[in-house]
Write a protein that binds this ligand. Structure first.
Ligand code: ATP
Ligand code: MG
Length: 367
């Protein structure tokens, strides 16, 4: 942990599509929460990046933006990517992946928690207890293949999955540390390694390295699941899940499935964490189908902002920021459970701005 700065510099990267809309809402909420508690100051500064910025200026992730992200105490990120925007070689600009690599954000953290006011996707009463965290390795795995795949003259295409000891160790360690924090709060914790160790050498190695890390955490129980079986468990009885750790591509797919359990992408926050940097963004993308229409649910962005406050609180020993995170979460939950405003994503009438106004108005009751 580090000493507390007088102002926390936050690099804000709204990006493309609904990223811009949910970010405007989130910045307004963070500023309102700060005004209310009068606690530690965040300076939220916007920087340009994204597919549309590339289309306009020929640069998807300007050096100035990357430098600001590196120098900031944390990065708050909307979403990036836009249909039909391509580099000259035909590939898609995915600046968020470049940023992940540049800041070495190896752990993708996706908490999935049901609370009153969210859609009840599963009929079982136990679905009220859904509360797990998916930790996705995100610097290697099958995504290592990005830009490296090839189609040969024989008409065969190949992509390479990369699993390294160092990469698997650090993400496994991260999962066990997270489990330790959850155990302190909830009295118990379990880490599940999600793989396909029965088929792939790379995945058997992932499991073996995971087991090595598990052996160093005797206080935390652990087990394993094949990714296909995990897909079923997530739908059949997700309330039994706690901390999951998995390979990049499996994590990508499972996190969309997991978001479905709480009604869709609009309420699923995420954090991309490395040893030196943290980036916080909704799990959803730019949603071109609803962009620019004030329809996006900003809930996932709000909860990502709360995750950022928690991470800063921990890193800089600043409990006032954790208190602010609780206030924001409580306000979001209050708005949804009371029905004061219901997002369009759930069949309600509240657009992005109306949701932001409702959550900001709820802050005084949530403190
Ligand atoms: P990416 O490739 O970055 O994952 P995507 O094209 O898969 O992007 P997403 O943004 O992930 O699109 O979301 C898929 C769909 O879910 C969207 O097209 C949209 O209809 C819906 N959706 C996503 N986020 C939200 C939101 N915040 N509020 C309402 N609906 C959303
Ligand atoms: Mg998607």
């Amino acid at each position: 942990s580090q000493i507390s700065p007088s102002v926390y510099e936050i690099a804000v990267l709204p990006g493309d599509g609904i990223g811009v809309e949910v970010m405007d809402a989130c910045v307004a909420l963070l500023e309102a929460a700060q005004r209310q508690d009068g606690g530690p100051s965040l300076r939220l500064t916007r920087y340009e990046a994204g597919a549309q910025h590339y289309a306009k200026c020929g640069d998807a992730l300007p050096e100035r933006t990357l430098d600001a992200a590196r120098a900031a105490h944390a990065v708050l990120f909307g979403a990036m990517g836009w249909p039909n925007v391509r580099y000259p070689d035909g590939t898609e600009p995915i600046p968020q992946l470049d940023l992940r690599m540049a800041l070495d954000l190896y752990a993708g953290v996706r908490p999935i928690r049901w609370f009153e006011g969210l859609p009840r996707v599963l009929a079982n009463e136990k679905a009220r207890d859904i509360d797990f965290v998916l930790v996705r390795e995100q610097t290697e795995g099958l995504f290592y293949a990005r830009g490296r795949g090839e189609v040969n003259a024989a008409g065969e295409a190949y992509d390479t999955m990369q699993i390294t000891r160092a990469g698997t160790e650090r993400v496994s360690r991260f999962a066990f540390q997270l489990a330790q924090q959850r155990k302190a709060r909830r009295g118990q914790a379990r880490v599940t390694c999600v793989d396909k160790a029965n088929v792939f050498t790379s995945m058997a190695f992932f499991r073996e390295v995971f087991n090595g890390v598990a052996a160093g955490h005797a206080d935390i129980t652990y087990d394993h699941a094949y990714v296909d079986a995990m897909a079923l468990t997530m739908v059949a009885k997700p309330w039994v899940l706690d901390v999951l750790v998995t390979e990049n591509m499996f994590g990508d797919i499972l996190s969309d499935l997991a978001a479905g359990l709480i009604g869709g992408m609009g309420m699923a926050p995420s954090a991309d964490i490395g040893d030196n940097h943290g980036l916080f963004q909704p799990a959803h993308g730019t949603a071109p189908d609803i962009a620019g229409q004030d329809k996006a649910n900003p809930g996932a962005m709000f909860l990502s902002g709360a995750m950022m406050l928690d991470w800063l609180a921990d890193r800089h020993q600043q409990p006032a920021l954790a208190a602010r995170a609780r206030t924001i979460e409580t306000a979001v939950e209050y708005v949804l459970s009371s029905g004061i405003a219901r997002p369009m994503e759930y069949g309600g009438t509240a657009g992005t701005k109306a949701m932001a106004d409702a959550v900001i108005a709820a802050l005084p009751h949530a403190a």
